[in-house]
Design a protein. Structure first.
Length: 521
């Protein structure tokens, strides 16, 4: 049974109708919602270095399997920070497999964006370059729709799943040591030590655990070539171009252009979160990176995106100058060295990716599910080392493929040219540059843009299916992902009973490109 209501706290538009699913919870779903079992002394004791998203979900997953867990987190108190985080259907499916009750809390607090039109737009005109439908992988595989929620809310949900009594705040794992009796000792910076059967390094992209594991070798962070300016702005006023900006119909947008692009997503309550990606040489030798010529990042961005689509200017003008943060975008090249006997890496320490696909947290959740699954198979406390090897084997190719797709997406976004001759490349000789600048005035569609749209129309549904749902279950799990389909630990479902969501006034044609591939609108 579906009911509608005019009052929905999850809705960014108070006048928008909403619906909720009121059917009873099936026995199959109810069976998966069983309480966390008591600690099983025959299972490994798991130490977790780092209490961010990766560390907390790892501990929560292991605890749900009956393992004793201890998390070491450097901050003394969790506080609200950063903007919202996007969770796509694969990460929600994995979370649902780990603990349906945690997943339901995420559903309840999140804002669904996957039920709207998402896509790429020309940064100058603001017109659609390619629209895509993120609902299909969810409907076809029984997975929840993409949503966004406060990063702090997610940490709060995960922390509750772990239990405060299992989290040691204000502590940092400095190094580890294997013992002769099959244990591992975590040595903290305060001089204390803790013994366990396994240590999981979830201590981020600059991981101390990873450095020791690789014999003191510093892992080079791969700079993506962009500075990113991000903020959350109030975007509740009327819009100049509602067909390209209306949050009731549009969820996630990427405005494309040479050497820069602008990503924006509705995050509920009339707010938008955006990321302005500017191509900047490593080291920041660029006036836009130093920002010396402008009093604030806001004024710099208004200058940099001058002449771009009105939707971008609207978002920037709605932003408080002090709310804009500068971040460098880095990732870590795939490296299969995730395991050292009873120590393993997870999250950014193992598979950091660029943010273009919104998969950083999602891949950590998938990895946590696999890790807990493998450790729960240990007979007594033996077999831990082999379990960690199996975990790394099941996850390496999947995370590496997501890493590659994220990089390719970023590269494609900044190579976009609308017309032949637009923004000639810096390495062109001056006569060649002038020639192409004159050609640009003729408004001839750029061959790269034409071919790019054709390729996207053929490949994007496949990419969305692979990232979100593991490609129809046809691929082996080590390539397709973990718990993204309807596996043994979850029941297929798109929505949780009793949790309302906006009723969108959208038709199938709203998601489709119309016209000849290459120049479709």
């Amino acid at each position: 049974m579906v009911s509608s209501s005019d009052d929905d706290e999850n809705n960014s538009n108070a006048n928008e109708k909403s619906y909720s699913v009121d059917y009873e919870v099936s026995p199959e779903v109810e069976a998966t919602r069983k309480p966390t079992p008591p600690t099983n002394p025959n299972l490994p004791k798991v130490l977790v270095a780092g209490g961010g998203i990766a560390g907390l979900i790892t501990a929560a997953a292991c605890k749900r399997k009956g393992m004793e867990v201890v998390v070491f987190e450097k901050v003394t108190k969790y506080k609200p920070f950063g903007g919202p985080i996007q969770l796509q259907c694969n990460s929600q499916g994995a979370l649902d497999s780990i603990d349906p009750r945690m997943a339901e809390e995420v559903f309840a607090r999140g804002i669904i964006t996957g039920d709207r039109v998402n896509g790429l737009l020309d940064g100058i005109s603001g017109e659609w370059f390619y629209r895509f439908d993120t609902r299909q992988p969810c409907y076809m595989n029984g997975l929840p729709l993409t949503l966004v929620l406060s990063r702090y809310d997610l940490l709060d949900i995960l922390r509750e799943g772990v239990g405060d009594e299992n989290i040691m705040m204000g502590t940092i794992v400095d190094e580890y040591e294997h013992t002769n009796d099959g244990k591992v000792i975590a040595k903290l910076t305060d001089g204390t030590t803790h013994e366990g059967d396994v240590l999981i390094g979830c201590d981020g992209i600059r991981s101390k655990i990873r450095k020791q594991m690789r014999n003191g070798q510093e892992t080079k962070l791969a700079y993506a070539g962009y500075a990113v300016y991000t903020a959350v702005c109030d975007y509740s006023q009327p819009f100049r171009e509602p067909q390209y900006t209306d949050p009731s119909k549009i969820g996630y947008q990427v405005f494309l252009g040479p050497k820069q692009y602008f990503v924006s997503s509705d995050v509920g309550e009339g707010k938008q979160q955006y990321y302005a990606f500017l191509e900047v040489p490593e080291g920041g030798q660029d006036i836009y990176a130093s920002c010396d010529d402008w009093p604030t990042y806001k004024e710099m961005l208004l200058d940099r995106f001058n002449g771009w689509a009105p939707a971008i200017k609207e978002r920037l003008e709605c932003t408080k100058p002090e709310d804009i943060e500068l971040r460098d975008v880095c990732d870590v090249l795939p490296d299969p060295r995730w395991v050292d006997r009873r120590v393993a890496l997870l999250g950014d320490s193992a598979h950091a990716v660029q943010p273009n696909l919104g998969q950083g947290g999602g891949q950590a959740i998938e990895s946590a599910y696999v890790l807990a699954d493998e450790l729960s198979k240990c007979e007594g406390k033996k077999g831990v080392e082999l379990a960690l090897v199996r975990y790394a084997t099941r996850r390496f190719l999947r995370t590496s493929s997501i890493h590659g797709l994220s990089r390719f997406s970023s590269l494609m976004n900044t190579f976009y040219r609308r017309y032949l001759g637009d923004e000639p490349y810096d390495w062109y000789p001056e006569p060649v540059r002038k020639f192409w600048e004159s050609v640009a005035k003729l408004k001839i569609p750029h061959p790269g843009s034409v071919m790019g749209q054709i390729i996207l129309m053929g490949s994007m549904p496949v990419i969305l299916e692979y990232v979100g749902a593991g490609f129809f279950g046809l691929l082996p799990e080590w390539l397709a992902g973990a718990a993204t389909g309807n596996g043994k630990d979850r029941v297929p479902r798109n929505q949780v009973p009793g949790i309302s969501a906006p009723l969108r006034d959208l038709k199938p044609d709203d998601f489709k490109m119309k016209g000849i591939p290459g120049i479709a609108k």
